[in-house]
Design a binder for this molecule. Structure first.
Ligand code: FE2
Length: 376
């Protein structure tokens, strides 16, 4: 690294009032955390880390913590009705409650964001056990979703104070997930810019990319989206709002079934999408189908790629290119009965964008198939 770069990156960090080291964990409120943990361990390859519940002396809810690479997921189910968690599940079904961010200073994160207008979720709180201490604080974002700031430099336990090591349900092997690439929120029509402003003004994020309904418009799935990223670029939060299509958009469908705004999808990065997706499919993870026609013109659209098109077609993996390189991606079906949360598996080969080209290419592929059937 040369001196100019060092100076530049130092001054960038100095200007960042909310330094974030990464995604700390994502917590889901679910109807049956024990079975969700089994699913994520055996289907998605997450490894057991920690548990908290009746057996550890915690009488409100059971929580299971699993990890793969830098991705930590927590699944929580309450033992009784008449509390916020139970109400959240009743209203939203299984879904994401907490997008937690690792910060060097949770008190400062709380003060800087609430001073700029964030609604408080959790005033700075120190938790401790024999493994040390963690400081947590939190603010609200879209819907019932919250950001928890986690300061864990003085903690050496498996997860958070109060959690015990947990060995899971038998053995499973990881599938190659490395880190959270991005987490997407769906918000109501007309509210995208309000949340863009929230991430810019309250959290100091900047807007990466903007595309509108002319870019992403299909008969089924019109949407508008803006991507907000933090200072070091580790955290990317695209925000979607529905746009008018000829039919109900997928964003409207989500909002209707989630009964509110919330996390639409979590993109998990892999270094080898072919191996990851092949293994996920073998384990029964369901993916969206890609029309055969998508692959007929793939190389014309994206130019030369390292992967054989026949293998991408066999697995349904999509490709998109931008100025800096290309990316491979695929989307799961929703992972619960409500058509709400799903996952994206992504491998970046230089590209820093989000696969915008695939919306249009997929739409055109669908139209070609309709035309072959004489239905266009
Ligand atoms: Fe995505």
């Amino acid at each position: 690294m040369n001196t100019a770069t060092q100076v530049q990156s130092t001054s960038t960090q100095t200007a960042d009032f909310l330094p974030i080291l990464g995604t700390d964990y994502i917590e889901f409120y679910v109807g049956n955390a024990k079975q969700a943990a089994y699913y994520y361990q055996h289907a998605f390859g997450f490894q057991p880390v920690a548990y908290r519940g009746l057996e550890t002396g915690y009488r409100e809810a059971a929580s299971y913590v699993l990890r793969q690479g830098k991705v930590t997921l927590v699944f929580t189910t309450p033992y009784h009705p008449g509390n916020f968690i139970a109400d959240h599940i009743y209203r939203h079904g299984d879904g994401v409650r907490v997008l937690a961010l690792t910060v060097p200073d949770a008190r400062s994160a709380y003060e800087e964001t609430t001073r700029r207008g964030a609604k408080s979720f959790l005033a700075p709180t120190t938790l401790s056990d024999s493994d040390g201490e963690v400081v947590l604080s939190g603010i609200h974002t879209y819907g019932d979703t919250v950001h928890v700031f986690v300061e864990r430099t003085r903690y050496r336990g498996p997860f958070l104070p109060g959690f015990a090591p947990w060995s899971g349900f038998g053995q499973s092997t990881p599938v190659g997930f490395k880190y959270v690439d991005h987490c997407v929120g769906n918000v109501y029509l007309g509210e995208m810019n309000q949340f863009v402003a929230f991430y810019r003004e309250v959290m100091g994020f900047h807007q990466l990319i903007s595309f509108d309904d002319k870019d992403i418009s299909t008969e089924y799935s019109a949407l508008m989206s803006k991507v907000m990223a933090n200072g070091n670029g580790y955290i990317k939060f695209p925000i979607n709002e529905p746009a008018k299509g000829r039919r109900k958009s997928q964003i409207e469908e989500y909002l209707e079934y989630y009964h509110g705004q919330g996390v639409q999808h979590i993109a998990l990065a892999t270094d080898d999408i072919i191996t990851t997706v092949r293994e996920l499919r073998r384990r029964g993870v369901e993916f969206l189908e890609t029309p055969k026609a998508y692959y007929e013109t793939l190389l014309e659209r994206v130019g030369p790629i390292d992967e054989p098109v026949s293998v991408l077609e066999e697995l349904g993996i999509l490709v998109d290119r931008d100025d800096e390189g290309y990316l491979l991606q695929i989307f799961t079906r929703p992972v619960q009965d409500r058509p709400t949360l799903f996952y994206e598996v992504i491998q970046r080969k230089g590209a820093k964008s989000f696969g915008k080209g695939n919306f249009k290419a997929l739409f055109e592929a669908i139209e070609r198939e309709q035309a072959r059937r004489g239905n266009l």
